[in-house]
Design a protein around this ligand. Structure first.
Ligand code: PAF
Length: 252
């Protein structure tokens, strides 16, 4: 597995014979890899001749600077998890990704403004902009995204269609702990008490009769609720426990 800390280094490999005539699979991440990311890499490995992983903590998608600061950076363990699954890891510095200082950005004016977007202004502009940059840099045939970030997945699909990006977006099922908590890089910030409570989040989303009842039950269980909403046969929600924000969604 080769690590590229500059785009020039990656670009040399991308244009080499090794990448010619092969299906290229891409897993974009912000690092702090967990079993959810492993399942994306495994699927890409099964379906593609070459697998590229990106690790880039994208500053433009954090509307809260403390959240960006606290985001776990775990390159050593990320490499251990990806070893044998990814062929190349692209991990550029922010300056290289944003030579324009974010003067150019992708903005979606409809679906990105509700649910997560209503609570994190600008978040999806940052996500869509960096995903488009990464797709242009990696030039994959397929890119793999987890369904845990369901709204992100839908927006990336719509962007790729709208802008004629020649890449198939593959959605992959959420990977959960045995107790039902969705795997997330943020889980490692939960205190033991918060971790014990966290699985109630998915359980309540699943068991409640409607979104309002789910929000009420989550509050009674001790969560702060940002939103719970039913959308296209899915129940989506975001909650906070001891300042850690978690999102999840379940099929109704
Ligand atoms: O889902 C994520 O980890 C990020 O939003 C992504 C897609 C890597 C863009 O920074």
């Amino acid at each position: 597995m080769r690590l590229h800390s500059t785009l020039a280094s990656w670009s040399e490999v991308r244009s080499s014979a090794e990448y010619r005539d092969r299906t290229i699979g891409f897993v974009p991440t912000m690092g702090a890899l967990h079993e959810g990311h492993r399942s994306l890499l495994e699927r890409a490995r099964r379906e593609c001749g070459r697998v590229v992983l990106s690790i880039f903590v994208n500053p433009t998608q954090f509307n809260d600077p403390t959240d960006l600061e606290r985001y776990p950076r775990t390159l050593e363990s990320d490499c251990l998890l990806a070893n044998g699954l990814a062929d190349d890891v692209v991990m550029p510095a922010p300056g290289e990704m944003y030579p324009d200082k974010y003067a150019f950005r992708v903005t979606e004016h409809d679906f990105s403004r509700i649910l997560e977007g209503a609570h994190r202004p600008g978040h999806f502009d940052g996500v869509l902009t960096v995903v488009l940059k990464l797709l242009n840099i990696v030039r994959p045939h397929r890119a793999y995204f987890g369904e845990k970030d369901w709204q992100q997945l839908q927006l990336v699909r719509s962007m790729v269609d709208a802008l004629f990006v020649p890449c198939e977006i593959v959605g992959c099922p959420t990977v959960r702990e045995d107790d039902g908590l969705a795997k997330s890089s943020r889980n490692r910030r939960l205190s033991p008490a918060a971790r014990a409570l966290a699985p109630r989040f998915a359980a309540i989303l699943r068991q409640s009769n409607n979104a309002d009842a789910a929000a009420a039950s989550l509050r009674s269980a001790g969560f702060e609720v940002d939103y719970v909403s039913d959308w296209e046969r899915r129940r989506l929600g975001a909650i906070r426990i001891e300042g850690v924000r978690l999102i999840d969604n379940v099929l109704l």
